[in-house]
Design a protein around this ligand. Sequence first.
Ligand code: ADP
Ligand code: MG
Length: 250
Amino acid sequence: MVATWTPDQPIVQCVEVRKSFGALEVLKGISLSVRKGEVICIIGPSGSGKSTLIRCINALQPISSGSIQIEGIEVTDPRLDKLALRRKVGMVFQQYNLFPHKTALQNVMMAPIHVLGQKRAEVEARARALLAKVRLAGKEDSYPGELSGGQQQRVAIARSLAMRPDIMLFDEVTAALDPETVKEVLVTIRELAEDGMTCLLVTHEMNFAREVADHVYFTDRGVIVEHGPPETLFTAAKDERTQRFLSQVL
Ligand code: ADP
Ligand code: MG
């Protein structure tokens, strides 16, 4: 398939996405899009299918029906070049999964060297710059075990950025962190967004969503109940399910 995508079209376009695990339908017709430079937040109760959707977008799981396109490329196409997709789409999870026996710098350098075959000297310069960008200058030679959860998560973000993705997916990246380190990770993501990085986040951080998101989707039990700009969704939600959820978390 020849992609005819142009940057004025959505980077991510999900249309009527359905996904079942056996008899359990987890995504029941999800449609959403993310344009270049946008910050989109997905909120909703546990078990809504948020992580499943993120995993489907990154082709980590197949969908049952519907369509997901990344820059015009159908991720469900069996001929999909998954490596090419992974280069476009950076992903950070709740578990940062750094290599424990590698330093912060080595963790950030690995993929560009081993996956992309780039030159070590260039990769190292860029990895140092990325660690500085996520406010970890001085921690290059620290091992993950010597860093706080928030610092490790920022190494994970730098590691993703090292692949020069066009979009970053974040799935509850602060959910496992101590409260005092949550903020520093959110600051990093906010700075990325301000630099123009396109971001799709699943988050429980409502203040973050409110302040940083361009658009917020509220999901419940596999459907998008409602969506809109944060100032509308957080103050004038129309659906009773959204109102109830927000009253519990705000
Ligand atoms: P959320 O991220 O919104 O909490 P998930 O996408 O993790 O929701 O899960 C949605 C539903 O799908 C849950 O009922 C979960 O148990 C189920 N589920 C997720 N992954 C699998 C899987 N690999 N196999 C079977 N069921 C799954
Ligand atoms: Mg989840």
